[in-house]
Design a protein around this ligand. Structure first.
Ligand code: HEM
Ligand code: HEM
Length: 220
């Protein structure tokens, strides 16, 4: 019996990606409309998803691992000069942009924990931080979002370039797992492991939020 081709992107990698894609506009919209209930929960969701994707970068399926797509400067230069990609997954340039996107998302969500609108809502670590740290994190939250927007635009343009100009089936593979010309070379690890990772991270975040210091009572 012929063996089924393997998935390039396992189910957890695809789920992390598209859930993050759904959360970002929601986080932006809720901040703009000052709906901080929605904002904090979308922010926590992004935090857990990104941390889980980072863990998955070590224990996930072959092409989701950082070791599969992060190559040194020589590999990136060779790729730019047209000497092919090292992996059937992310190309050497794309690999580093994945790391940049994940790092920025993490920075965005973590800086939010220290942020406040100075009126009604404060992140859970706001009262644990010095005034200097609060100010810094406020600026980081602002700047990281602009950088994130720029990088996401670049990311979507790069995907469209490969998809439309080079006729590579990137989107089909990111939706269905694989596509003709975009197949993996190793079997996926069981997806439920990612659920365990997600569950443990969500529990750890929930526990951490419970431990966060409350604001000092007002002196009248
Ligand atoms: C909202 C912002 C977005 C963020 C933060 C984001 C982030 C990422 C990340 C981190 C990856 C790497 C996947 C992994 O290995 O885990 C990725 C891959 C990918 N993204 Fe996005 N993405 C965004 C929006 C989009 C959109 C709108 C599209 C559709 C046009 C898209 C299409 C893809 C595709 C096709 C890949 C796979 C690329 C490849 O085959 O090398 N992304 N994205
Ligand atoms: C990746 C997830 C997140 C994204 C994309 C995001 C995005 C944004 C944006 C675009 C703004 C408005 C710009 C600004 O004033 O800085 C904002 C403000 C804010 N965010 Fe987030 N945020 C995220 C996570 C969080 C989290 C987890 C918290 C806290 C639990 C948080 C708390 C706040 C607060 C308090 C403000 C108001 C800041 C002010 O009024 O100066 N954010 N966020």
């Amino acid at each position: 019996m012929a063996q089924q081709p393997f998935s390039l992107w396992d189910m957890p990698t695809r789920a992390f990606h598209w859930l993050i894609v759904c959360c970002l506009p929601l986080a932006w919209l809720s901040a703009e409309t000052e709906n901080y209930d929605v904002h904090q929960w979308t922010g926590y969701t992004v935090l857990v998803l990104v941390l889980a994707r980072i863990v998955w970068g070590f224990i996930g399926s072959r092409h989701s691992r950082f070791s599969d797509f992060l190559v040194g400067p020589a590999g990136v230069v060779a790729y730019i000069r047209g000497r092919g990609a090292a992996s059937v997954g992310h190309n050497p340039l794309g690999g580093w942009s994945v790391l940049a996107l994940l790092s920025l998302l993490l920075l965005q969500a973590v800086s939010g924990l220290f942020n406040s609108d100075d009126v009604l809502f404060s992140g859970p670590l706001y009262h644990a931080a010095s005034t200097g740290l609060r100010d810094t994190m406020g600026e980081v939250h602002d700047i990281a979002f602009n950088l994130l927007l720029a990088l996401v635009c670049l990311h979507v343009l790069a995907v469209l370039y490969h998809q439309l100009r080079k006729k590579e089936k990137l989107l089909q593979a990111m939706i269905r797992g694989r596509a003709p010309g975009r197949e993996g070379i190793a079997a996926a690890v069981p997806w439920w492991r990612a659920l365990v990772v997600l569950g443990l991270l969500a529990l750890a975040l929930w526990w951490g939020i419970q431990q966060a210091p409350q604001p000092a009572p007002m002196a009248w």
